[in-house]
Design a binder for this molecule. Structure first.
Ligand SMILES: [Ca+2]
Length: 207
């Protein structure tokens, strides 16, 4: 009887252990994005500009939510609503995969944008897209994408328009299988942010 009881508890503990391992596996979903935090500069990324929109893009060591730098897209010449797009592709995915595309964004002024996951040639099948409003503070945005066919040229991108002109910062981009989970570092970073602001105010007061 005692032995049966021990076996019972061993079984329970084993099941709990498996459950924990499973949860851990979900948290560690592999991010498919190359150079996700722009710590290697522009490697893996491209910017497509419609027509003659005036755009510069490069890493910015003064702004970041992860690592030491972010990517700055500077739309310095306002146009007529021409598209300015930050791309990464291709990703090789299988029918039935449910993906999440997430990224952190900040702008010098609140501005509209769109996040898209699609097939990178005709018929440009869209697997997921959402309209977003980029804030003047860092914020994480995401969209789900259901891959409904085998596709070896899936792409992710952020679509901006060249009206108005302005600056947009991008950092810590993720494209992974599974539901959206906030970035693991988010809580820590957001907790630090108000102190940083307070420090700036103190510095201002001392002058
Ligand atoms: Ca970074």
């Amino acid at each position: 009887m005692e032995r049966k009881s021990q076996l019972f508890w061993l079984l329970i503990l084993t099941l709990l252990g498996i459950g924990k391992l499973d949860l851990f596996a979900q948290e560690e979903a592999q991010n498919l994005v190359r150079n996700a935090s722009f710590e290697e500069g522009k490697v893996g990324w491209s910017v497509w500009v419609e027509g003659a929109a005036g755009v510069q893009w490069d890493v910015d060591p003064w702004e970041q939510v992860h690592g030491k730098q972010s990517l700055l897209i500077d739309i310095f010449g306002a146009g007529n609503g021409q598209r300015v797009e930050l791309h990464q592709n291709p990703f090789n995915l299988q029918q039935g995969q449910r993906m999440t595309f997430a990224l952190w964004l900040k702008a010098d002024n609140v501005r509209q944008a769109r996040m898209i996951v699609n097939h990178r040639q005709a018929p440009w099948t869209v697997y997921g897209s959402t309209d977003i409003l980029i804030d003047v503070e860092w914020k994480e945005f995401w969209v789900a994408a259901n891959i409904n066919q085998n596709d070896d040229i899936v792409g992710i991108y952020l679509e901006l328009r060249d009206t108005p002109k302005g600056q947009v910062w991008v950092d810590y981009v993720r494209f992974y299988e599974g539901e959206f989970e906030p970035s693991e570092f988010a809580e820590e970073e957001l907790a630090v942010a108000p102190q940083g602001k307070l420090a700036v105010r103190w510095a201002d007061l001392k002058r």
